[in-house]
Design a protein around this ligand. Structure first.
Ligand code: SF4
Ligand code: SF4
Length: 459
């Protein structure tokens, strides 16, 4: 690990990439976080623990250490799962520290031109422009449905692609047909007495891969007394950019999201994807130094609620049909650690007749998906996925219920690899089923409410 000869300037605020990392000074080195850290659990090395990474971040910010390859490796191996935050008695804001560190790494070590181009394509072009994302989804759908993907895999041609493209191909989820990617109606009226007017975030990847979950969310909210509006022109909230060290674009996306949702004049902004919800609740911090947006960002962040968090505030409105299923629940990191929501999804599931929930060992441990972590750190992601799948298989559950698209795809892929007949579902799919599901004729070709079969997944 390289060190610099520079003395540490005592009074200077600690920053990386211009972002405060003063939170490192809250760490009292007690080590209580170590047992909760997936990477420390797997590797047993101090520098792959929260305490070790905090030491690295502090040393970098104080100029006592250079950004060596090993420092980058230890920091990049962090999942940003924030399990350490949950158990930390000193309140170290670890998520903010690691995001600042990742932004610093991206600025100082952006990598080869192909990597930079790839990041720009994803973070700059696709996530920032919903129409281009939809176009790319249509291209991916054609690639999969035409059999080209199967052919490229069978002939080994896929292995000839440069950089991480083969890994992207392996993880490309089955893209639904365009007719199944329709968003919920602009407005869905409350059934029965009105409880609130809510605005729904449809998300970037979510709106392409799991549009059915968004439609189900609107239906379930309506059954629970909400007028549901889907603001036009909404884009990506910037969570993936922030987690990937792309701070500038994350800020721009946060401003645009606030502009769009303020116009909807809703009481609550509902989010059904964990990373987006946790990130949007942090807009107040993200835009604290932005004169034009600071106050608006604070107000907006206070109006954001996870779907389960919102619904669990009142008993579910009936009638609820039986859902005869044995399931287990996986806590997405950015729900349980990022938003401290743990009992609410279980509370909702417990109200569904004939649904049996079996607790999952290490339910709040990361499955290895973690944004694009399974692409950038495939070895660790696979280790954590195997750990998750082995716990799922011991439950004997027929389904895993969770609340994040990345977790759904990752855990389903792991279960498929074990040829386990276990389906991974979003919480809202289960709730929607209890309410009778999609009305007939919702789609032109109404087959979008189910998960693709294993064959369709191409894995
Ligand atoms: S639990 Fe908190 S204070 Fe203790 S070592 Fe971990 S980060 Fe530091
Ligand atoms: S965020 Fe997760 S992986 Fe990173 S140090 Fe904390 S517990 Fe470990």
């Amino acid at each position: 690990m390289g060190t610099s000869n520079q003395a540490s300037p005592a009074a200077r605020p600690l920053t990386l990439h211009g972002l405060s990392v003063e939170g490192v000074n809250q760490c009292v080195h007690c080590g209580l976080c170590l047992a909760s850290c997936p990477t420390f659990s797997e590797l047993g090395t101090e520098m792959d623990s929260p305490r070790g990474r905090i030491f690295l971040i502090k040393s970098l910010a104080e100029g006592r250490m250079s950004l060596s390859d090993s420092t980058v490796r230890h920091l990049s191996l962090c999942l940003d799962c924030r399990a350490c935050e949950t158990v930390c008695p000193a309140g170290v804001p670890y998520g903010r520290l690691i995001e600042a560190a990742k932004a610093e790494i991206e600025q100082r070590q952006p990598g080869a031109p192909t990597r930079r181009l790839f990041r720009w394509l994803n973070f700059g072009l696709l996530l920032g422009h919903p129409r281009l994302l939809a176009l790319a989804a249509s291209g991916a759908r054609l690639y999969q449905a035409s059999g080209l993907q199967r052919l490229a895999r069978r002939t080994g041609l896929i292995g000839l692609l440069p950089g991480t493209l083969p890994a992207w191909d392996a993880l490309l989820p089955p893209v639904p047909a365009k007719s199944e990617r329709v968003p919920p109606p602009r407005v869905t009226r409350a059934a029965g007495s009105r409880r609130a007017r809510v605005a729904l975030l449809t998300g970037c990847v979510q709106s392409v891969i799991f549009a059915a979950h968004n439609r189900a969310t609107a239906r379930v909210l309506s059954k629970n007394g909400c007028d549901v509006v889907v603001p036009a022109g909404q884009g990506c909230c910037g969570a993936l950019n922030a987690h990937g060290g792309d701070h500038a674009r994350a800020v721009a996306m946060a401003r645009a999201t606030i502009d769009t949702f303020e116009a909807a004049r809703a009481d609550v902004v509902i989010v059904n994807t964990s990373g987006c919800g946790a990130h949007m609740k942090a807009y107040g911090y993200l835009l604290a130094d932005d004169q034009a947006y600071a106050e608006r960002a604070r107000r907006f962040a206070a109006s954001v609620q996870d779907l389960a968090e919102f619904l669990a505030q009142e008993p579910l409105r009936g009638p609820l049909s039986p859902v005869p299923l044995t399931c287990t629940y996986h806590d997405p990191c950015h729900v349980v650690h990022g938003q401290k929501i743990k009992s609410e999804p279980r509370q909702l599931l417990a109200q569904i007749p004939e649904l049996r929930v079996v607790e999952l060992t290490e339910s709040d441990w990361c499955c290895g998906s973690a944004g694009i972590y399974n692409l950038t750190q495939p070895e660790m992601a696979t280790r954590l996925l195997h750990r998750k799948v082995s716990h799922v298989l011991t439950t004997g559950a027929e389904a895993v219920v969770t609340a994040n698209p990345g977790c759904i795809l990752q855990i389903q892929a792991g279960l498929d690899a074990h040829t386990a007949a276990v389906r991974v579902m979003h919480l809202v799919e289960v709730l929607d089923r209890a309410y009778g599901g999609a009305p007939r004729g919702e789609l032109k070709r109404p087959r979008g409410e189910r998960q693709p079969s294993r064959g369709e997944r191409g894995r």
